[in-house]
Structures are given as structure tokens and as C-alpha cells.
Design a protein around this ligand. Structure first.
Ligand code: KPL
Length: 308
């Protein structure tokens, strides 16, 4: 391949994607946030550590800053948190061309639509991934669970050929002709799990018990919301999906609980916030979701974290 693949964001997911590309010999550039982050990487000889089941691989990667060069970016994976997407993209906007293609890996919804609006001439693809990873250090990622990535174009076009690179990198991915319902279903699952884990500081497995009698009405509201967005599944199916994710990830900390523990800004605005705003626009009454949103915002404020 002649064009390098750029990855914006060196969080756990960005590192996991960069590691798999580096391992496959794909020319991949990891774009870092600031000069301090770059120095930290250079001090470690730009070596990325990928840990999986007790084994650690050392992988040399190419790191750069958004303004390190004027080289055009044609294929860009955006792996920042949802709230950081807009700022991160502005930092590299001058390097994007009319034919650049962007892949968004964020949780929730809102950052994807904002990016499509900001970059109307570029092809913006949306993705949902179930890979589990966390960072042990700035250059050290632990691959906790092998998942799958669903990718699609909100304009419902076929997959671009360059995505074959992902297969070359050993990334298990599938093209979804209609990606928005996939993202909505993931958002509903995140609305049912993440806020409860953050409020009660509990692992995913304890969610139904901690939510108590409000859990069923919460799922019912999410089901109505999904219906209003054209996502076709029954309440029973949604309930089963949520419970099977809870079981499969019972011992895990949700991404929101991890953010709270790390004193980081959460993605509340792109998960519950987006759900409540969309419900209002659709004229739906969602008292349980609204009150959960309010409780979580109060909780975050008490912890000194942004409520959005
Ligand atoms: O996606 C997740 C997250 O933590 O954000 C779930 C599915 C809840 C797994 O933890």
C-alpha cells in the first residue's frame, strides 16, 4: 500500500489498532496529542507494548504530532474519546483532502454526525467495536478481549477497498450496509449498563440488581426510543441482548466506570445525553432515562467531573 494509515488518538483502542497494524508491517502513523506525549514516546524509542495473555510484544511504531508534517492524510482512524473528536479533527483538518476517508470508533452517538457535518466532502465511516483493551502505560496496551468491529457508511455505500488493510492487520471486521441501527443498539446497551455501574461503582454483572425495579422500565423506554429510530427488535430481544452483554462482561468495569475511576471526563453526553435529547426531539416521554441522566450528572459534579 502506498498511502500510510493514520491513527488519531493514543488511548487503549488507538494503541490496539496501531499495534495490530505494526505487527502486520502496515505503514501506520500514530498521531499524538501534544509535544509532551511525543517526548514520552520518543523516550521509549517509539516502541509500543502489546500484552495479551501473559505475553508482551514490542512493536516499533511511527509517532507524530498533527502539525509534524503537511503530508496529506488519506486514511484516518479516529480513536479518541467521543468528546475529543471535534478538537482532534480540527488539529489535522488542514491535512485532509477531498478524497480522505475517516473511520470513527467512538462509543455512543453524536460525534459521528457532527463529523459528517463538519467534513461533508470526505467519506466518513462509522464503526462499533467490541474489542476490549486498557492501558498499563502510555505505550503499553493490554488486549483484554478479542472482539469484532462493524463498519458502515451512513450514506449506505459499499465498503471502500482500502479496508482490506484491516484484514491484513488481523482485525476481525464486517461491513454493515445499515450502520446506524447497529450504533443505536450499542448505545441502548450502554445506556442500560454504563450509568448504573458509574453511579453504584459496580462491575457490569451487578447492574440488574443495583438498578432494581427501575431496570425493566428503563429497558422499555430504550426500546421505544430504538423503535423511533427505525431499529426493529422486540422488547424481549432487547432485554435478552442487554442481559447477555451483562453476563459476558460480568466481571468487567464499564468504560464509564473506568473513566470515573481514572478521574477522566466520561462519555455521558454521547450516551445518555444523546438518548434523552433524541427522545425529546421524537416527542417521547422517557422519565426513567431522564432521571438517570440527572442522577449521573449530579454524581459527576460531586466527583468534580464534567456533567456532559
Ligand atoms: O461497551 C461497553 C462499555 O463499557 O462501554 C459495555 C458493553 C457496557 C461493556 O462494558
Amino acid at each position: 500500500m502506498s498511502e500510510p494509515l493514520h491513527i488519531l488518538g493514543a488511548g487503549s483502542l488507538g494503541l490496539l489498532w496501531a499495534a495490530r497494524c505494526a505487527r502486520a508491517g502496515i505503514d501506520c502513523r500514530l498521531i499524538l496529542r501534544n509535544p509532551a506525549a511525543l517526548r514520552e514516546w520518543l523516550d521509549r524509542d517509539s516502541v509500543l507494548l502489546l500484552e495479551r495473555q501473559e505475553t508482551i510484544e514490542s512493536l516499533p511504531v511511527t509517532v507524530e504530532l498533527a502539525d509534524s508534517s503537511n503530508e496529506p492524510i488519506r486514511h484516518l482512524i479516529i480513536a479518541t474519546k467521543a468528546w475529543a473528536v471535534a478538537g482532534a479533527l480540527e488539529s489535522i483538518a488542514s491535512r485532509l483532502q477531498a478524497d480522505s476517508q475517516l473511520v470513527l470508533l467512538q462509543n455512543g452517538l453524536g460525534s459521528q454526525q457532527a463529523t459528517s457535518q463538519r467534513f461533508p466532502s470526505q467519506r466518513v465511516l462509522y464503526a462499533s467495536t467490541t474489542d476490549g483493551a486498557w492501558k498499563r502505560a502510555a505505550n503499553h496496551v493490554v488486549w483484554a478481549g478479542i472482539g469484532q468491529t462493524l463498519l458502515g457508511d451512513p450514506r449506505q455505500q459499499p465498503a471502500p477497498e482500502w479496508l482490506a488493510l484491516l484484514s491484513q492487520a488481523g482485525i476481525d471486521w464486517r461491513w454493515e450496509q445499515d450502520i446506524l441501527p447497529v450504533l443505536w443498539l450499542k448505545l441502548a446497551i450502554n445506556c442500560a449498563i454504563n450509568p448504573i455501574t458509574a453511579l453504584h461503582d459496580c462491575p457490569n454483572g451487578e447492574v440488574p440488581e443495583r438498578a432494581g425495579p427501575l431496570f425493566a422500565p428503563l429497558l422499555a423506554e430504550l426500546h421505544t426510543l430504538l423503535g423511533s429510530q427505525g431499529v426493529q427488535l422486540s422488547l424481549t430481544e432487547l432485554t435478552q441482548r442487554v442481559h447477555s452483554v451483562i453476563q459476558a462482561t460480568a466481571a468487567n468495569s464499564s468504560s464509564m466506570r473506568q473513566d470515573v475511576h481514572a478521574g477522566r471526563r466520561t462519555e455521558i453526553n454521547f450516551i445518555l445525553g444523546h438518548a434523552c435529547r433524541t427522545a425529546r426531539l421524537a416527542g417521547l416521554a422517557t422519565p426513567v432515562l431522564d432521571s438517570l441522566h440527572q442522577q449521573l450528572q449530579d454524581h459527576l459534579i460531586n466527583l468534580g467531573l464534567p456533567p456532559a
